[in-house]
Design a protein around this ligand. Structure first.
Ligand code: SOE
Length: 376
């Protein structure tokens, strides 16, 4: 993968994670661009990158850059992703792909108009080795007919009214927050793993803190630092959401999301109940897949490439986790580009997947507002 070079837009938490993962797969990162030239320079220095870009246009005009990763606040995703494609470069955008389904559908169209460019959205969780294993076992008929799928994605980093990040503002992140920021990871993962699309939703959302204290300076994602000076800001996005789901073929499901569950740092769980077996996975113990049986002892499959259908880089007992899911996601993206057959089925989450998640978010919001089931 040495001929392709990338650039990163965004110097926050995601910027760092992307740059690390790109380096691990041997993609050269030419430089990084933040919201100010000073931030670009500081990040380039800290990450040991050659260029701190002075502007987004500088990245677009850099002939050495073939692909651009977008890890900026959601508000800017649409415009940036559009301009990257129009500049003739591959794009990998953080989720959610855009603020509205109108924007994301335009991106799907623009991506189709550039068939020789890869356009991906970073739903990295599906790349955990044991999630891929669950998918393969379901595809092989090992789990049987799926009756129901239940789970959650919960965190605690916004549990205090003084916890603040750009994500809490609808103007920066979109009308939905917990559902869009973490719930769409769960929905993407489950639809990908089971092969079943969500057909209808019934949602109840709850904003625990209609007012939060915004620090006068800037705050990083997952920051624990208390600010000296704050101002009150009105919050319309949800801290918690519970959603009933109906999947194609009749399977039922539930998921709840929360950014105010004390002690749960970044915990995605699912349990898939099939006619032959159940499968349970928890992102905080990503190297274990629980396999439930009715008539024999239950199993705990430890991640070990020797025992998995799909390959994994590290041998058993050498645990993989969060950062590895980015590495596998990006590898799928760059291997696809390297193969050069853009008519082949993409092996990474595409703009169409990103668009579908936004359509789901809008159905969830509509269901909450109308108090009724909404078909997707
Ligand atoms: C914050 O909730 C966040 O960083 C999400 O935006 C990411 O997608 C998730 O992987 C971890 O939590």
């Amino acid at each position: 993968m040495s001929e392709i070079s990338a650039a990163m837009i965004g110097t926050g938490f995601m910027g760092w994670v992307h740059v690390e993962a790109l380096r691990r797969i041997g993609v050269r990162v030419v430089g990084i661009c933040g919201s100010t030239p000073a931030k670009s320079d500081a990040a380039a220095k800290q990450l040991g990158l050659g260029r701190g870009y002075q502007s987004f246009d500088d990245v677009l005009n850099d002939d050495e850059v073939h692909s651009i990763h977008i890890g900026t606040p959601n508000r800017s995703h649409f415009e940036m992703a559009k301009r990257v494609l129009e500049a003739g470069k591959h794009v990998l955008c953080e989720k959610p792909l855009a603020m509205t389904s109108d924007e994301s559908s335009q991106l799907v169209r623009i991506s189709a108009e550039h068939p020789d460019l890869a356009a991906g959205v970073n739903y990295n969780i599906r790349f955990n080795a044991l999630c891929q294993e669950a998918r393969q076992r379901i595809q092989d008929g090992d789990v049987g007919n799926i009756f129901h799928i239940n789970g959650s994605y919960v965190q605690d980093w916004l549990i205090k009214p003084t916890d603040y990040n750009w994500r809490v503002l609808a103007s920066e992140g979109g009308d939905l927050r917990a559902v869009s920021d973490i719930g769409t990871h769960w929905l993407d993962l489950i639809q990908r793993t089971t092969g079943l699309e969500v057909e209808a939703v019934f949602a109840d959302l709850y904003t625990v803190y209609p007012t939060r204290q915004r620090p006068m300076g800037e705050v990083a994602t997952f920051s624990n630092e208390a600010a000296a000076e704050t101002e009150a800001v009105e919050i319309t996005t949800e801290d918690y959401g519970a959603i009933l789901l109906r999947f194609q073929g009749g399977a039922r499901g539930t998921v709840h999301v929360s950014q105010v569950t004390a002690g749960r740092k970044n915990c995605l769980r699912f349990e898939i109940a099939g006619s032959k077996k159940s499968l349970y996975w928890n992102s905080e113990s990503p190297n274990e897949l629980w396999i439930g049986h009715r008539d024999e002892a239950n199993e705990l499959l430890m991640r070990d490439p020797a025992l998995l259908v799909n390959a994994a880089d590290y041998p058993g007992g050498h645990n993989e986790g969060y950062a590895d899911s980015f590495k596998y996601c990006f590898r799928a993206f760059y291997e696809y580009i390297a193969r050069g057959d853009f008519s082949a089925e993409p092996t990474f989450p595409t703009f169409a997947d990103g668009h579908r998640e936004i359509v789901l978010c809008e159905a969830i919001l509509q269901s909450h507002q109308t108090g009724s089931w909404v078909e997707v």
